[in-house]
Design a protein around this ligand. Sequence first.
Ligand code: FSO
Length: 559
Amino acid sequence: MKMFCYQCQEASGGKGCTVNGICGIKADVANLQDLLIYNLKGLAYWQTKARNLDLQQSEISHYIIKILFATITNANFDLDWALIKLAEGLKLKEDMKSLFLKEFSKKNNEEFSENIPEAANWNEEVNIESLNHLTEKGYAVNQNAIANEDIRALISLVLYGLKGIAAYADHALPLGYENTEIWKFIESALATMLRTDLTIDELLKLVDDTGAFGVKVMALLDQANTTTYGHPEPTDVNLGVGNKPAILITGHDLLDLYELLQQTEKEGIDIYTHGEMLPANAYPGLKKFKHLVGNYGGSWWHQTKEFESFNGPILFTTNCLVPPKKSYKDRVFVTGNVAFPGTKRIAEREDGNPKDFSAIIKMAKKLNPPIELETGTIPIGFAHNSVLSVADKIVDAIKSGAIKRFVVMAGCDGRMKSRNYYTDVAEKLPKETIILTAGCAKFRYNKLNLGDIGGIPRVLDAGQCNDSYSLAVIALKLKEVFEMDSINDLPLSFDIAWYEQKAVIVLLALLHLGVKNIRLGPTLPSFLSPNVAKIIIETFGLKGITTAETDVAAIMTGQ
Ligand code: FSO
């Protein structure tokens, strides 16, 4: 079966995956996910129309962000899940379409006469008999269906940015934070993609708007997290292990961690974070649980080794999931938008009640404590609040020359060998530089012991990928203190690593904030056509990485 996917940095041959995904997704699932997105555009078309008559439904907005998030790289590998969600989406679309058409003619005394796009009208029975046809349809409507390569590139850029926005919105939602403007934007952008008369200029504007909403959603999630759990505070996180049975939690969802901590408090087991859950150790509302004992291992792609030696059950709250090996698959639990066939599922919250983690707790108690991988601690918790609380010290250090430059090295980690570049850059940067990081990219250099400058660690870890927002807040504050016109005038460089679509929205958000001359690696996105890449390079000075030596030398001269 054929497929086409080029949404992540690992796109096969730098072009796209066409047999199975390099990430492990099977072609039939990838095609169904493309069909989910196609239907989502149709659903967004009706929801956008419905907004004009005040008939919109929040159930539809929530479904839309769920599907966008679940189709992000390394999140959902499950065919049955895709079929269930497709049936759900088709029903939502049909119901909204009927409601809108009825109310429209009632209100206007005439039938709705606009040319309805195929995706908005398409409907089909979803069952196992129709599976072949559905996967073929999914393949036929994937990104490659857009004939003009520049339009395709820009629509892809917006779509992947929307997936990132949806992921962050989905984390803020259960904490009680949502913003209708964000729903409206996502829906209208999806509906816009169905237009056949889009111009490059219109799409460039939409790309910039997507970046603007990227800033908004990261600010919303920052507010949700810090209001709920307090501001992250500088914390030395333990890397060693204790002698109790334990649960490992990975992904980005802090509410899942909070509920797990509550339910395990008196159970005699320890909780460790993995990958992007590491920053949770810095939130007062989470670190107050004494049995949150530390972090185990490195970034997401190390899981196939590290989960074997952990011994206890592992809970995935979001991506990145690597298809589990037999040696630990029976210990994998998934929840939320993550799914992988044959793993155990923790059901969603119902009626405002917490998730029920009793199955994972029961398993943990019967298993051995983790095998130690390393010892020592790493400093985390340098989000905007804690960094700005020592702003005077930082400003003095800049003025005295003790700090010569900040280098933002946020983003994602990944399997590609060439990512050693980021370790090399961190090691080669002069000792008068501070690395500002967020996201799992940090695992390439956060254990290097790069020292400090007058008590300020040389790697300031703001948190998860969405906490790149913190780095922007810090940069904007420094610009204000030094009375500069632009953050590009600061002694600040950007050397960003990307992997999946949350990094796409982080990049678009930075471009929207006016950041110029960002280095992006290890490769530029495959979904950018030569023309679109040229426009972005010329407009924003975006560039690829070269070698650590060359780039460090250029960074230090402000290039
Ligand atoms: Fe990493 Fe994966 Fe946070 Fe991404 S764990 S790669 S950008 O999902 O989301 O930084």
